[in-house]
Design a protein around this ligand. Structure first.
Ligand code: IMP
Length: 420
């Protein structure tokens, strides 16, 4: 059974939740490798909507084991809420959820710091406000609190004092009582400790026994801290490489990388977006695609498909196959544009500027396609797609040089075309 990475190829919200849910059917373990409760994975099962922020969407399949890897930043209150929400809806996580001991904890004041950082910035990033940036900065400053530290009062106390003295010294926090904070963190021990494992050992042993692992990415490649539109990025490694560093598995264990992309483009938060549509067409995409953030409810920015950024995304992930999402959202457009190149500094180019922030200076060069003006909603066979929709898909496949494996024609599990 293959070990696969599912990764977003745009700015997040591509519909990875649905693909992970779909591919989970054939996996034994689903492992989340980065990000935190900034993500929002929406999955429909038997008409019921589930939104998960931390727990991999594989949990909705009764027998799958789910791992939250060391690369994830974990907010205990959010985790608790999610476990309770699932239990209330008949999904038991006991014995099926595992948390890597090395996952870092998002502290209660990290949300406050996230807002503080945003207010301080001239040009805001438009973060989700979930404390993700401060949690990762604690980690990389090597003073972060990891899940395993919740088991040790002395270590917790030392680390809390270190973090608070550092943050207070910089004048970043309103007064926080270290004893109260240690007590609060200690209160999570009982709830979190049954889930703790050596995540890397667990996965490697499972792979040796020929179990199949699905690595679930959050956000998208263009939000990657190294290869995205920095600083308008999330502070983690969203790309396929992040699956290795975020779980402690070697590259040879990976059989396939599935890149997930929408049939158009969206982005939440600030930063460059060359194909953004700010008028009526953009509004129509937003309305038809229900493009509102699953975590923050913010309206998503919308635009035409951009093959230039997708080429970059396919390359940095070593993408083997594509999953195209929300094709049906384009059903009613008489004409559909695809960005095939940019006009940048007076020249036409199909490569990205060295500084991805200069994407804001790139003007899209479009190729116009005639729309199919008929419903593709719920279609499950490729041959049943209207010819113009197949033409649109063929352009994507040919330009990116990556075969299309799955096409989604609606939010339900069943509304999926398996092409190869
Ligand atoms: P942060 O991850 O909350 O620090 O936000 C950094 C940037 O990533 C902002 O532009 C957010 O809107 C964006 N972002 C974070 N998580 C998601 C997501 O799950 N989907 C789409 N955008 C996201």
């Amino acid at each position: 059974m293959p070990n696969r990475i599912v990764v977003g190829l745009q700015w997040g919200d591509e519909g990875k939740g649905k693909i992970v849910d779909f591919l989970s059917q054939k996996a034994d373990i689903v492992a989340r490798y980065q990000g935190g409760a900034n993500a929002g994975h929406t999955v429909y099962v038997n008409g019921e909507k589930f939104v998960l922020h931390l727990i991999p969407s594989g949990i909705l399949h009764p027998k799958k084991i789910c791992l939250i890897g060391s690369g994830v930043v974990l907010e205990p209150e959010e985790l608790k809420r999610e476990i309770e929400m699932l239990a209330a809806r008949g999904v038991k996580v006991e014995g099926r959820l595992k948390i890597s001991a090395g996952a870092h904890i998002v502290l209660p004041f990290h949300r406050e710091l996230d807002l503080w950082e945003e207010a301080r910035r001239g040009e805001k990033i438009g973060t989700t406000g979930r404390g993700i940036g401060p949690a990762y900065s604690e980690k990389y400053a090597r003073r972060g609190i990891r899940a395993v530290d919740l088991l040790s009062p002395e270590k917790l106390s030392r680390k809390v004092n270190d973090i608070l003295s550092c943050r207070n010294h910089a004048g970043q926090l309103s007064k926080i009582d270290p004893i109260g904070l240690v007590q609060q963190l200690r209160s999570y021990e009982k709830f979190i400790s049954p889930y703790l494992v050596d995540g890397s050992r667990f996965l490697n042993e499972a792979i040796k026994k020929r179990k199949s692992v699905l690595f679930e990415g959050a956000q998208g490649s263009l939000l990657d801290v190294d290869f995205g539109t920095y600083p308008y990025a999330t502070p983690s490694h969203t790309i396929a490489g992040g699956a290795l560093t975020g779980t402690g598995v070697g590259p040879k264990a990976i059989d396939e990388v599935i890149g997930v992309m929408k049939a158009y483009t969206t982005r939440v938060g600030n930063g460059p977006f060359p194909t953004e549509l700010t008028g009526l067409e953009g509004e129509l995409l937003r309305k038809t695609g229900e493009e509102f953030g699953a975590t923050t409810g913010r309206p998503r920015r919308t635009g035409w498909l951009d093959l230039v950024i997708l080429k970059h995304a396919c390359r940095i992930n070593g993408t083997d196959k594509l999953a195209i999402m929300k094709l049906d959202v384009l059903d009613n457009f008489p004409e559909i544009e695809i960005c095939v190149a940019y006009e940048y500094k007076g020249k036409k180019t199909d490569e990205l500027p060295l500084d991805l922030c200069e994407l804001s200076e790139c003007k899209p060069v479009y190729k116009t396609y005639t729309g199919w003006k008929s419903s593709t909603r719920g279609i499950t066979r490729f041959a049943k797609l209207p010819p113009n929709a197949r033409k649109y898909l063929a352009t994507i496949e040919k330009t990116l040089g990556v075969p299309i494996s799955l096409i989604s024609t609606g939010p339900e599990r069943e509304a999926t075309i398996v092409k190869r």
